[in-house]
Design a binder for this molecule. Sequence first.
Ligand SMILES: [Zn+2]
Length: 280
Amino acid sequence: MRSLLLLCALTSVAAAKPVVTISPKTVHPGDPVLVTVTGVDEAPVAKAGGQPLAFFAARQGFQAVFAVPLNIDEDHVMLEVKGDDKPTSIPVLAKKFRETKLVVEDEYANPTADDGKLIDADNGAIGATYAKAAGEPLFHHAFRQPRGAITGYFGEWRTFQDGHRAQHLGLDLDETEGSAVAAVNDGTVVLVRETFLAGNVVVIAHGAGIASMYFHLQKATVAEGDHVRQGERVGLVGHTGRTTGPHLHVGIRVHGGLVDPQTFFKLPLSVPSNGVARAP
Ligand SMILES: [Zn+2]
């Protein structure tokens, strides 16, 4: 018995030991979290908040991104990586999101039952694209935030003229109507749709569970199934749907939910090791 225990101890010492790095170090509800695991030969088996993570092979080690739920009611997320001695507790700091008031056309502030059905169908179509973002990364560069001054933040509360409140799940960027909207990274166009609230929408799947979406376009200039490169035009800035004027709304979805694009664009995501590295 004693020799068996000793053998087990020796085996565990010899096995590769994962080194887990988290970015950012502290997070807020609605933030994306990048998990980097080095010191292992194979894709790690890991869970964050009880949900399995999907890793891709990065330049060094393996990486995965997950969302801290916007409505999380705990002050931390537990990250468990198989082979690691103990789980990592990621502190989640409370965040007071901005409060804003918005006056939009009545049909948007107070949609009819029929419009409600359209909205549900739109949400279903956008939600159905997320599964298509799974799998190997299609990108070969760091993600890039579209240009334009920020006019609306992720997570801010908007009270409409009829009193109803909604949380804003993307980043609004000031841009001239008709100017080109550039893909934030390489990927596949998985949705082009005229929606009720978000107007003309394009969704790009980037692999690794990451999708980017572009709302209120004057029009889309790509079709579903198109492969796009970073910086390539996917549409024109407009004010279709529920808007107060021309701007680009960009949304980022990672495994687990929509996240703050500003945090996402700063993540030190590595170029995948299987990618054909090209200068950005
Ligand atoms: Zn917006």
